[in-house]
Design a protein around this ligand. Structure first.
Ligand code: SAH
Length: 283
C-alpha cells in the first residue's frame, strides 16, 4: 500500500539538537530492511565451490550482501553451479583487496572462528550474536567475517573485529565447512530479524555508533599518545594495543564518545608539547 515508504511530518522545535533532527529526517525517509545492512565477508576463500555454496546459504535466509576479500578464483563456473539459483547474490558480490576495506563503514564487525585464541576475544554464541547483529544493523552496516578454509582468520584480522562468534560443536572436532558455518549464522540472523526491536536500544540510537574507520583513527591516536607519554615502548609493544582495542571494541562507543576520547588524548599531547618546548628552551 505504501511501498515501504513511511510519510511522517515532524516540526522541529527551536533548540532541538542537530543529531536528533538528522535522525528524525532519516527515520521518516523510509522503512528500510534491516537485513540490507548485514553483510557476509569471506576472506581469501580458496575453493570457488564454497563461495557458491555460501551465496546459496545466504539467499535461503534472505541475506544478499556478499563481500569477497581476495578470493583465489572468482568468478567461476563452479561457484555458479554450487549457488544453485543464488547467482544474483554472486553477481552482486563485491571483490575487495583487504578486510579493512570490506568493513570500513561498518559500526559492528563480528569474526567467526572454529578455535579458541591465545588472547580470547569476547566470544558470542550464534544466537546472542544474531540478536546483537540485528540490533546494530538497525543503526548502520554490520559485517560477519569468515576465514580461510585452511587457517581461518589471522590475529591481525581478528583485531579489526568487535567480537568473535563460535558455533558450538563436538569438542575436538570443531571446524565446519565454511558454507555450513555461514548457513547457521544466517539462519540465526533471519530468526533474530523476525523478533521485535530491543526497546532498550532506542535511546542509544540517537547518536550513530563510531564506525570501523573512526575506531581505527582512535586506536592510532591512543597508541601515539601512549608512546608520547612513555607508557608504550614501540620496541616492546607486547599485547598492550591488542588489549586496548579489545576493551574499546567491547564498549562500542558512539561518535560523540570517540570525539571526547580523542579530545582528551589531544589535550595530553598538547601539554607534553608545551613541557618539551619549555625544557628545550631552558636547556
Ligand atoms: N582450520 C581452520 C578452520 C577454518 S574453517 C581454523 O583452525 O581456524 C573456515 C571458516 O569457517 C572459519 O574461519 C570460520 O569463519 C568458519 N567456521 C568453521 N567452523 C566454525 C565454528 N565452529 N564456529 C564459527 N565459525 C566456524
Amino acid at each position: 500500500m505504501d511501498n515501504g515508504i513511511q510519510h511522517r511530518i515532524h516540526k522541529f522545535l527551536p533548540g532541538e539538537p542537530p543529531v536528533q533532527q538528522l535522525l528524525l529526517q532519516r527515520n521518516s525517509r523510509m522503512k528500510f530492511n534491516v537485513i540490507d545492512n548485514i553483510r557476509i565477508v569471506l576472506v581469501e576463500t580458496t575453493h570457488p565451490g564454497n563461495i557458491g555454496a555460501t551465496a546459496r546459504a545466504m539467499k535461503t535466509m534472505r541475506l544478499r550482501n556478499l563481500y569477497l576479500v581476495r578470493p583465489k578464483i572468482f568468478p567461476s563456473a563452479e561457484a555458479t553451479v554450487r549457488a544453485a539459483g543464488a547467482d544474483d547474490v554472486l553477481a552482486q558480490a563485491r571483490v575487495v583487496d583487504s578486510l579493512a576495506v570490506a568493513v570500513t563503514d561498518c559500526n559492528r564487525v563480528i569474526a567467526t572462528s572454529a578455535r579458541e585464541r591465545s588472547i580470547p576475544w569476547p566470544a558470542l554464541d550464534p544466537r546472542v550474536c544474531a540478536t546483537d547483529v540485528v540490533n546494530s544493523a538497525r543503526a548502520g552496516p554490520v559485517a560477519i567475517v569468515f576465514g580461510r578454509e585452511s587457517s581461518g582468520l589471522s590475529n591481525a584480522e581478528l583485531e579489526l573485529c568487535n567480537s568473535v562468534v563460535q558455533i558450538p560443536t563436538n569438542t575436538g572436532f570443531s571446524s565446519l565447512n565454511i558454507a555450513s558455518a555461514v548457513q547457521i549464522i544466517c539462519y540465526e540472523i533471519m530468526r533474530a530479524c523476525d523478533e521485535p526491536a530491543d526497546p532498550g536500544l532506542a535511546g542509544r540510537d540517537r547518536i550513530p555508533l563510531a564506525d570501523h574507520g573512526r575506531m581505527q583513527q582512535l586506536f592510532h591516536h591512543l597508541e601515539q599518545c601512549m608512546i608520547d607519554v612513555g607508557y608504550l615502548d614501540p620496541a616492546r609493544p607486547k599485547w598492550l594495543m591488542r588489549r586496548m582495542k579489545r576493551l574499546l571494541n567491547r564498549a562500542q562507543p558512539d561518535q560523540s564518545e570517540t570525539n571526547i576520547l580523542r579530545g582528551f588524548l589531544a589535550a595530553i599531547q598538547e601539554i607534553l608539547k608545551t613541557r618539551t618546548g619549555r625544557n628545550n628552551g631552558s636547556g
